[in-house]
Design a binder for this molecule. Structure first.
Ligand code: PGA
Length: 255
């Protein structure tokens, strides 16, 4: 059987501050990506840097992604960016529902609209889900179930091939790598997420939808999270801006 390719998403958030730095980090990542055999790398810079990087020659296994898009295609929306702009700039992927967008106002309904917009555009969507806190009565499980059910509400089965799910528990984002989720707990969550998805789509081709983990991933915990957590890859914030750490990280995932 063909080995499923791993995916590592680099979410640069609001960094770096200059185009020169963005180009430098990108070219470092490109060199590292050429050393991998089985891993796709999706770099998601700011929108300003997306168009600059999109002008460089982007080849497999590197892809560009947008950190967000606006749900409407046309209209008077100061400060917003639509899917046509990011796609024209070179993005093949768009992140939808990152917790930092949700906390700036993206409701479940907006996340659902954004997911549909990205998928209809032909781009691939990286849908982020994740609970804010863990409670002892396992309420976080119904929270995750609700997030998945609302995000996929009305999304046709045929689009599933273009969906990647990134499970990012909010309590584990932006911390030390020792505060990331443990691989055992992650394994349980990846099984749970696949089960919910298969229930939503009545068992059709949901098994192939990649599930990634995000939240304080570094070169030190990447391998265990992927191997023991049994996920298809990682969504990496801060560590994706450090070329040498990110190189070790993707090589650890690629093993
Ligand atoms: P982090 O960010 O890797 O810096 O914790 C992850 C994310 O927010 O996507």
């Amino acid at each position: 059987m063909k080995k499923k390719r791993k995916i590592v998403v680099a979410n640069w958030k609001m960094a770096p501050n200059t185009i020169d730095e963005a180009k430098k980090i990108f070219s470092g990542i490109r060199k590292s990506a050429n050393l991998t055999k089985n891993t796709d790398i999706v770099v998601c810079p700011s929108h300003v840097h997306l168009s600059v990087l999109g002008n460089l020659k982007i080849k497999k296994p590197i892809y560009l992604g947008s950190q967000d898009i606006f749900q409407e295609e046309n209209g008077l929306f100061t400060g917003q960016v639509n899917f046509k702009m990011v796609s024209d700039a070179g993005a093949d992927f768009a992140i939808v529902g990152h917790s930092e967008r949700r906390s700036s106002g993206d409701t479940e309904e907006i996340v659902n609209q954004k997911l549909k917009t990205v998928l209809k555009s032909g781009m691939k969507a990286i849908l982020c889900i994740g609970e804010d806190v863990r409670d002892t009565e396992a309420k976080y499980l119904s929270f995750i179930k609700n997030q998945l059910e609302s995000a996929f509400n009305g999304v046709l089965k045929k689009y599933l091939d273009n969906v990647v799910i990134a499970y990012e528990p909010v309590w584990a984002i932006g911390k030390k790598d020792t505060d990331a989720m443990g691989p055992d707990e992650l394994h349980q969550m990846s099984i749970f997420i696949k089960k919910v998805l298969s229930d939503i789509y009545k068992k059709s081709n949901t098994r192939d939808v990649p599930v990634l983990y995000g939240g304080s991933v570094t070169d030190r915990n990447a391998r265990d999270l992927v191997q023991e957590g049994e996920v298809d890859g990682l969504l990496v914030g801060r560590a994706s801006l450090n070329v040498s750490v990110f190189k070790d990280l993707i090589l650890a995932v690629d093993k």
